[in-house]
Design a protein around this ligand. Structure first.
Ligand code: EPU
Length: 421
């Protein structure tokens, strides 16, 4: 078993470079299946979820070659449809992108029911509704999701009942080679949706409007392989920005797109931090004590749900009473019990955490209950005097490349320790 030990209480000072965005890289890796050619994908983060996605594609018959750090050549010409192994696909959420990619290329698709972080119910009804509107037959059973469209897919008008990131991308993948035009209305607008559209367009697709509520896809049959670099990860960047704020540090986060960080920046400024951006970097100077705030998560360009637990840590040590309302996921409050072990005063009322700031948290043994909750535990531990142990670190490694190394370089005392059990 591996645990993290954090001896906190030291302000973070220095520079951290962020890697490629996990939630863009995953769909783009699965999208190479639909291209059916050689692609080179660059700026891939070296994290467990990417390893898993590469293993799924390899098990399906793709030939993979690592060119250098973060860059892989992926040849999907010999991929066998409906062959994603259940034990790998069931471990992650993004494996559902196999469906859109396989439907577009082979007219049939299968994947095990997707795994990923436990935020309560995470239905896939909008994905299914989209595939069906394009002419596929979809059945879901205990083994997984089966799609069939032997006569091919035909473009259609699809209204998303919720602006789902996954469903928008999956329908975009399926529609990329469909006959005629597909229009996705009430589409999600996250930067990773734009990145997937840009990748597909570079391979010959015709997708317009990604990043707005209406995406128009004119199906194209002849797609070809390309070299494509993934955009920077705004959530990794936001996590280190929050860590700088929590520790009263002075941190410059590089390789970012400041526009993607506007809501995170605005909230940090409201809480009393100095945040300045310059080209492709952002500097955060944390001024303790932080000021209270009210935050509500929303689809992009609103405050990201994937920054919710990290900001709850900031509110837990801010002066006065704050609110964190979750409006994207059914239940994202598992971290609350862990933060309470460190002395945080938090009550959850339906979808809102009411957080009474305390002057400081105390060291404890806590768990990473999911990926971003794990990042929140690291931030809390960095801001706390004394030694905190964090269990279930594999969650953190699914989404953060070398978090310990990056933090140690900025003065943190954080170590991964192997424990025999
Ligand atoms: N939803 C439906 N029906 C659907 C799809 C979604 O009701 O068919 C609901 C969900 O239950 C949820 C909301 O819509 O309440 C938003 O879900 P969405 O589909 O947008 O999320 P996702 O595709 O499952 C991705 C990221 C998450 C991130 C969310 C929101 C990946 C692999 N995952 O999930 O990332 O929280 O978008 O931005 O891209 C993370 O990186 O830590 C993470 C959890």
């Amino acid at each position: 078993m591996e645990r993290l030990y954090v001896n906190g209480g030291k302000p973070l000072k220095g520079t951290i470079e962020v890697g490629g965005m996990k939630n863009a890289a995953l769909p783009i890796l699965f999208a190479t299946i639909l291209i059916g050619d050689k692609c080179i994908i660059e700026n891939l983060p070296e994290i467990k979820d990417i390893d898993n996605a590469l293993n799924i594609i390899k098990a399906m018959g793709a030939k993979l070659r690592k060119l250098r750090k973060g860059a892989w050549e992926i040849d999907t010409r010999d991929v066998i449809p409906c062959s994603a192994p259940d034990e790998l696909a069931g471990k992650m959420r993004a494996s559902y992108y196999v469906l859109g990619a396989e439907l577009a290329r082979f007219g049939k698709a299968y994947t095990a029911c997707p795994g990923g972080c436990d935020f309560g119910k995470r239905p896939v009804d909008q994905h299914i509704k989209g595939f069906e509107a394009l002419g596929a037959t979809v059945t879901q059973d205990v083994s997984g999701i089966h799609c069939n469209a032997e006569g091919g897919l035909t473009g259609n008008q699809i209204y998303m009942d919720v602006a789902s990131v996954g469903a928008t991308i999956n329908v975009m993948l399926a529609a990329a080679t469909a006959e005629g035009q597909t229009v996705i209305d009430n589409a999600a607008r996250e930067p990773h949706i734009v990145d997937v559209a840009n990748f597909l367009n570079s391979c010959g697709a015709d997708i317009r409007g990604a990043g707005t509520e209406v995406i128009k896809i004119n199906g194209k049959k002849d797609l070809h392989g390309e070299t494509y670099a993934i955009i920077p990860d705004m959530i990794e960047a936001g996590t280190y920005m929050a860590a700088a704020a929590a520790t009263g540090g002075d941190l410059t986060v590089t390789n970012v797109i400041p526009k993607h960080l506007e809501t995170i920046t605005a909230k940090l400024q409201e809480m009393g931090c100095d945040v300045t951006s310059d080209g492709d970097s952002v500097r955060v100077v944390g001024n303790l004590p932080l000021k209270k705030a009210r935050i509500k998560t929303l689809p992009y360009p609103g405050f990201p749900t994937d920054m919710h637990p990290q900001f709850s840590v900031l509110l837990a040590i801010a002066e006065g009473e704050s609110r964190m309302t979750e409006s994207v996921m059914e239940n994202r409050f598992k971290y609350v019990e862990e933060l309470r072990r460190m002395g945080a005063e938090i009550e959850v009322d339906e979808k809102t955490a009411i957080i009474k700031g305390v002057p400081e948290l105390h060291a404890a043994t806590v768990r990473a209950t999911d990926l971003r909750a794990g990042a929140a535990m690291v931030i809390a531990a960095l801001a706390t005097n004394g030694g905190t142990w964090i269990d279930d670190v594999y969650h953190i490694e699914r989404g953060y490349e070398d978090m310990c190394g990056k933090l140690v370089a900025c003065g943190a005392d954080i170590r991964k320790i192997k424990v025999e059990i």
